[in-house]
Write a protein that binds this ligand. Structure first.
Ligand SMILES: Nc1nc2c(ncn2[C@@H]2O[C@H](COP(=O)(O)OP(=O)(O)OP(=O)(O)O)[C@@H](O)[C@H]2O)c(=O)[nH]1
Ligand SMILES: [Mg+2]
Ligand SMILES: [Zn+2]
Length: 333
């Protein structure tokens, strides 16, 4: 029978069957998804085929209970196949690592949570994430969180960043998950869609989810005073159904994921990297050479726009960082 993977611990999965019951599952054999080399063959958001093996033992019961899952969570089973994915978001743990990890499958949009401070999200991280969303054709929204904590100077920085990303075509918003004023507006954006929440540890993904649900569906952590970073509180990916929450007749799923540090993009060809930076791609039409890498070629329109300020240095630096990875990757291979 068919089901939706709503939680992944890496070794076991919780699958919601079409009849609404939850089953703890393991993977049968060592099947791999065609063409993708990743550390997790099955990801949250995947539709899978399940064969039930019997009643859940005490361990499986405990896992289900811990996850707050109710229903007829009395069964255990095997995942025997993964249905074809509509899309997915994948990253490498480090820029040059060979192992890639699928963050989630079959998603409608990514809500990338970023913070100007407490902790500070780097533009390289944002741009690498956005480039991956472009590559996999998943819409991305930038949510700047923790506005309540920012100094005037940091608020200015926030405004600059929002202006930058909006000028490229990304939707942005600024919120305080601790004191959510436009919950209805946010819910409207999430309604009827599967949304992957991602970002560095400590930016407030789980806090925002709880605020949207109006109760604690997922645990939140603290920010380390010493490092000004999160403590990696969320350790498993899990998706939560929005239906009928907060008095809204919404049908949608929110996926809470563990915070990530670096965002290694997966093997892009050198020539295609610029395709994933919309404003660089746009400018590149006017480059003298069709195969311009926008590094030091004569007649490069991207270089010109850098000088006039029409392309942001930070974006160009992110572009170069991915370009360098793909070059180094080639040398290694
Ligand atoms: N002041 C303030 N604190 C916030 C806000 N959002 C989150 N926090 C705090 O930031 C800390 C980390 O929040 P989490 O929701 O656990 O962060 P996370 O992104 O889920 O982190 P990981 O699970 O480690 O990836 C907690 O102490 C939250 O209370 C906000 O808008 N304002
Ligand atoms: Mg969390
Ligand atoms: Zn060029």
């Amino acid at each position: 029978m068919r089901g939706l993977v709503i939680k992944s611990t890496g070794s076991s999965y919780i699958v919601r069957l079409d009849d609404g019951s939850d089953v703890e599952c393991h993977i049968k054999g060592n099947f791999r998804i065609r063409g993708i080399r990743s550390t997790n063959p099955v990801a949250v958001g995947d539709y899978v085929e399940v064969s039930l093996t019997g009643d859940a033992g005490p361990t499986a019961q405990a896992v289900l209970q811990q996850s707050g899952l109710t229903g007829d969570a009395g069964h255990i089973g095997w995942i025997t196949d993964v249905c074809e994915r509509r899309n997915y978001i994948i990253r490498k743990s480090t820029n040059l690592s060979k192992e890639s990890h699928i963050l989630a499958a079959n998603i409608d949009q990514v809500a990338l949570l970023v913070t100007v401070n407490h902790p500070a999200t780097s533009t390289t991280f944002i741009d690498r994430f956005l480039a991956t969303c472009e590559a996999y054709r998943v819409r991305a929204i930038l949510i700047f969180n923790k506005t309540d904590l920012l100094t005037d100077e940091e608020l200015e920085r926030l405004a600059e960043l929002r202006a930058l990303y909006e000028s490229i075509g990304y939707e942005t918003m600024a919120i305080s998950a601790k004191n959510l004023t436009d919950k209805v507006g946010l819910l409207r954006l999430l309604q009827g869609r599967v949304t992957l929440f991602s970002g560095n540890s400590g930016v407030g993904k789980s806090t925002l989810l709880n605020a949207l649900f109006g109760r604690e569906v997922t645990r939140t952590g603290k920010i380390s005073d010493v490092h000004n970073t999160g403590m990696h509180t969320t350790t498993f990916s899990e998706m939560y159904c929005l239906s009928d929450e907060g008095g809204q007749p919404t049908q949608g799923w929110l996926i809470d994921t563990p915070g990530i540090k670096g965002f290694g993009t997966i093997d892009f060809e050198r020539e295609e990297v610029s395709h994933y930076f919309p404003e660089i791609f746009e400018a590149s039409r006017e480059c003298r050479f069709g195969n311009c890498t926008h590094t030091n070629e004569p007649g490069c329109a991207v270089q010109e726009k850098l000088i006039t300020g029409d392309i942001a240095i930070s974006r160009y630096e992110s572009y170069l960082s991915i370009l360098n990875d793909s070059t180094e990757g080639k040398y290694r291979a």
